[in-house]
Write a protein that binds this ligand. Structure first.
Ligand SMILES: Cc1cc2nc3c(=O)[nH]c(=O)nc-3n(C[C@H](O)[C@H](O)[C@H](O)COP(=O)(O)O)c2cc1C
Length: 217
């Protein structure tokens, strides 16, 4: 049975990245009716920042030479390590149980929201491969960062996530769907870009439909 883990990271309840992530999840679940589905809202229920106990647990994992979820409990020996484990263990279990990990996220300050970074930090242990999992990242951005756009080089969101998943988790097929120029909807000074936003949105929605069916197989 295939398992979809769906995360949202936008601080805005009525958000574009949430809507697009929900479109993927709905299409995926329609195509995979027997699949398992787990949802977590990282903005409404934030994961705590890593703390001293987490770093001690990380050091213990490094010294042991492996990250095995079943053996993490044996490595957590101090009260601080055990407290960290109670946060980390369910987060890691959710990720390890999933085949497809869908992240809906806005671009904040050319990168990712702190809520998403806090989750990533929690699940970042040495020598942990998620290699056979597929990541789909659905983003909403106020501006445009596609190749050829004047600010293309400022896209630290896609580059960061792609490089991090590949470099740390050995995940090589992260797919990004980016809806751009969302600020044109609200900002009268950007009214001339509304059509370009609509076009970007339509392309994103079409990509999401195709991807969701593909990833359900
Ligand atoms: C704190 C904050 C920082 C932002 N930084 C950027 C940015 O660096 N580049 C950009 O294009 N848009 C930026 N935006 C605009 C959002 O990316 C845009 O509104 C997007 O649609 C938000 O997605 P959401 O509707 O899913 O929340 C920022 C918005 C906020 C609230």
């Amino acid at each position: 049975m295939t398992h979809l883990l769906h995360l949202d990271a936008s601080a805005r309840p009525n958000s574009l990245s949430r809507a697009l992530g929900a479109e993927f999840a709905t299409a995926w679940r329609a195509a995979e009716p027997d699949g398992a589905y787990t949802y977590r809202d990282l903005a409404a229920e934030p994961t705590p920042f890593i703390d001293a106990g987490w770093t001690e647990l990380c050091d213990a994992v490094l010294a042991a030479g492996h990250t095995d979820l079943d053996e993490l409990a044996d490595l957590a020996v101090t009260p601080a390590q055990r407290a960290a484990l109670t946060i980390v263990e369910p987060l890691l279990a959710q990720v390890l149980a999933a085949d497809v990990i869908l992240i809906g996220t806005p671009m904040y300050n050319y990168s990712i929201p702190a809520a998403l970074k806090a989750w990533l930090d929690q699940i970042t242990f040495p020598r942990m491969s998620l290699g056979h999992r597929r990541f789909v990242v659905v983003t909403a951005r106020g501006g445009a960062y596609s190749p050829g756009a004047p600010k293309a080089a400022f896209d630290y969101q896609e580059r960061y996530l792609r490089d991090f998943f590949a470099g740390h988790f050995a995940v090589t097929d992260t797919v990004f769907v980016n809806a751009e120029l969302a600020n044109a909807v609200h900002d009268p000074a950007l009214a001339h870009l509304r059509e370009a936003h609509e076009s970007s949105l339509a392309t994103a929605r079409a990509e999401i439909r195709v991807l969701a069916e593909d990833y359900a197989r």
